[in-house]
Design a protein around this ligand. Sequence first.
Ligand SMILES: Nc1ncnc2c1ncn2[C@@H]1O[C@H](COP(=O)(O)OP(=O)(O)OP(=O)(O)O)[C@@H](O)[C@H]1O
Length: 241
Amino acid sequence: MIRTSGLTKRYGATTAMDGLGFDVRPGAVTGFLGPNGSGKSTTMRMVMGLDHPDHGTATINGKPYRELRWPLREVGALLEARTYHPGRSAWNHLAALAAASDIPRSRVGEVLTTVGLGAVARKRAGGFSLGMSQRLGIAAALLGDPAVLLFDEPVNGLDPEGVRWIRDLMRSLAAEGRTVLLSSHLISEMALTADHLIVIGRGRLLADSTVSELTAGGRSLEEAFFALTSGSAEYRGTTPS
Ligand SMILES: Nc1ncnc2c1ncn2[C@@H]1O[C@H](COP(=O)(O)OP(=O)(O)OP(=O)(O)O)[C@@H](O)[C@H]1O
């Protein structure tokens, strides 16, 4: 279980988080939605102890990240692709992570197979495409077999087969009883993948509800999203006339 409570964060004049609080429960895929700049990545970074709130708390199974004894075995996260040394092979990158967390080496081959990178395991990760890097990041998140998982835009750069694979992977991780928090801007994909949704705008909670509640009465999830976030989108493009 992930719990955030009263998360508040300012960067200069920008209020990135404004008293944000929600729970992410085990056994379900919880989608994390919000317009650009609404605070999704910042929230995930706070859960992972990579950023610190001015006020409020973020815990994993009741503890802040820094108090977890074996973090990689309790929580896995894909926050950004390409967080590896470009000269290392995928296998060596994961083996180093495994050694640091007392995870058996046999897991390295297992997770590389899970993410479809078995055939390029010994290749330099610096030569990987964006989609391959995403897959390697997902392998790292799964390495310690953690009960809590966070994925920030995992389908970014993935091919259609990869997008479908992510959907199935998220659902199977939740079916195993894990806590899964998933951010994505692909609303149609979210409608197929998530059970529950947290929607935020300008660092505030706009909805904490099931997908079926939000789409009741035949409304599409996209319509529900726009209705919730109409006052919160900070960045809007225009079409040349
Ligand atoms: N290190 C930082 N320095 C200054 N401002 C920051 C920093 N990190 C985040 N912000 C600001 O905090 C706000 C929330 O950003 P965040 O990246 O969490 O949004 P997001 O919902 O993940 O956006 P996107 O959908 O575009 O990925 C934005 O206004 C952003 O500019």
